[in-house]
Design a protein around this ligand. Structure first.
Ligand SMILES: [Zn+2]
Length: 118
C-alpha cells in the first residue's frame, strides 16, 4: 500500500488489510466519500468487514456480501440500491485496477474521474 510497507490493521477484525484490493478506506476514497486528507486518520477496514458498503459490490469476481438488519440492501429503495450498486461496483473495479498499476498512479488520480479533486 502507498502509505506504509506494513499495511494497516482492520478496525473490525484486527487482521492486516494487506492490499488496496480489500480496503474499505480506499474504496470510499475512490467513490468520493472520503477526502484525501482523511486517508491517514480514518480507520482502515476490510471490504468484507464493512458490509454496509460491500453488499453493493455486484460482480462475478467478488463473492456477494449479505447484510441482514436495517441496512440490508434488499429492504432499501430500489432506485437508491441501483445507483449505489453501480457506484460501489465501479469503485471496486477501480481498486483492482489501481492494485495492478502498483505505484504508478498519483494519489489525486485514484478516485473515479467525477470525484477527482481539482
Ligand atoms: Zn477485517
Amino acid at each position: 500500500m502507498a502509505r506504509c510497507d506494513q499495511g494497516y490493521l482492520c478496525d473490525v477484525c484486527g487482521d492486516e488489510v494487506e492490499s488496496i484490493r480489500e480496503s474499505d478506506l480506499y474504496l470510499r476514497f475512490v467513490i468520493g466519500e472520503l477526502p484525501s486528507r482523511h486517508l491517514l486518520a480514518a480507520p482502515e477496514r476490510h471490504l468484507r468487514c464493512n458490509p454496509v458498503n460491500s453488499q453493493f459490490i455486484d460482480t462475478a469476481e467478488f463473492s456477494p456480501v449479505i447484510l441482514e438488519g436495517d441496512f440490508d440492501r434488499r429492504l432499501l429503495d430500489q432506485e437508491f440500491v441501483r445507483e449505489r450498486t453501480d457506484l460501489v461496483t465501479r469503485g471496486w473495479h477501480r481498486l483492482q485496477e489501481l492494485a495492478a498499476l502498483a505505484q504508478t498512479v498519483p494519489l489525486p488520480e485514484y478516485p473515479l474521474p467525477e470525484f477527482r479533486e481539482r
